[in-house]
Design a protein around this ligand. Sequence first.
Ligand code: ACO
Length: 323
Amino acid sequence: VIRSVVTGVGSFLPEQVVTNADLTKIVDTSDEWIIERTGIRQRHKARDDEPTSDLALKAAERALADAGKTAADVDLIIVATTTPDQTFPATAAIVQRKLGAPVGIAFDIQAVCSGFVYAMSIADGFVARGQAKCALVIGAEEMTRLMDWTDRTTCVLFGDGAGAFVLEPGEGQGTKDDRGILGFALRCEGAKSDMLYVDGGPATTGTVGHLRMLGNQVFRHAVVNIAEAVTAAAEVAGVDIPEIDWFVPHQANQRIIKGVGDRLGLDEDKVVSTVAMHANTSAASIPLAMDVAIKDGRIKKGDLVLVEAMGGGLTWGACAFRF
Ligand code: ACO
């Protein structure tokens, strides 16, 4: 069987760091509250003249270099983003142009924080059917653009950044020992869209809008449902949860990460957490966290990795792959 193998990983964070202390000058909050409720200590923020496609481009270039590939090899680009540069063209088309990649397939997908897991599953389909030989899957977000900076219940939670995977076809025996994507589970419950949304858009207000969230309702939904999707993805992959080497969750809140890990019975030292440094970067959080744990020597080739995410929609999902 053909497996889509993750052959390169890269990420990029904009230079400016905003600490919790910085936010206390804007809204009525405290470093203690933010750390205790979320685990977040700081987040990165893009410059005004630094669009999402620039973050995506830098992450993509690093992932390609890691895979030993160049822009000329790229035949598929999927950007998972909820903060595109423009309503259209797709940010993926802009990335293709800036990268100097040839004519190929390029489009964005919108599943908010779950976007990267959704994008991986789509890219896997192209690669497994022989329609792509060098796919770039990018999660790139500037969530700070969607913040209502007078709303302390949301503006402290999010940050900007981008991460990318290169996926290439690899031969497998059709077992869990194969390198590559082994299984995923995706979910959306549109009936819960009012819990987390942006109150603007081209076909309603004609404005970009601001992120609105019923945080504690989303929180309640998260742990149980994420754990179910992780279990389902592992089952499709033919993997038992204790076999997982690394759990790389969406980085929204340390309490959710811990809750899901505990529910699944995972050792804490198998769980990768970057939420303290990056905050919630939506679709970028998984590849950003992967990159950190690869660079610091934790995740190695051949390790069994499980990623999961949950976000607006509500969407959620999980993917198991052997790195
Ligand atoms: N600083 C100080 N106090 C605050 C702040 C703040 N930044 N924000 C809220 N508070 C106050 C509230 O006003 C409330 O005060 P009250 O009791 O006087 O009314 C109190 O703190 C408790 O508020 P809760 O909302 O109940 O706090 P909770 O423990 O639920 O934590 C949080 C809030 C961090 C938002 C949590 O609910 C959460 O993380 N939810 C999930 C968010 C998430 O993961 N979203 C997922 C994806 S995001 C995406 O897809 C784009």
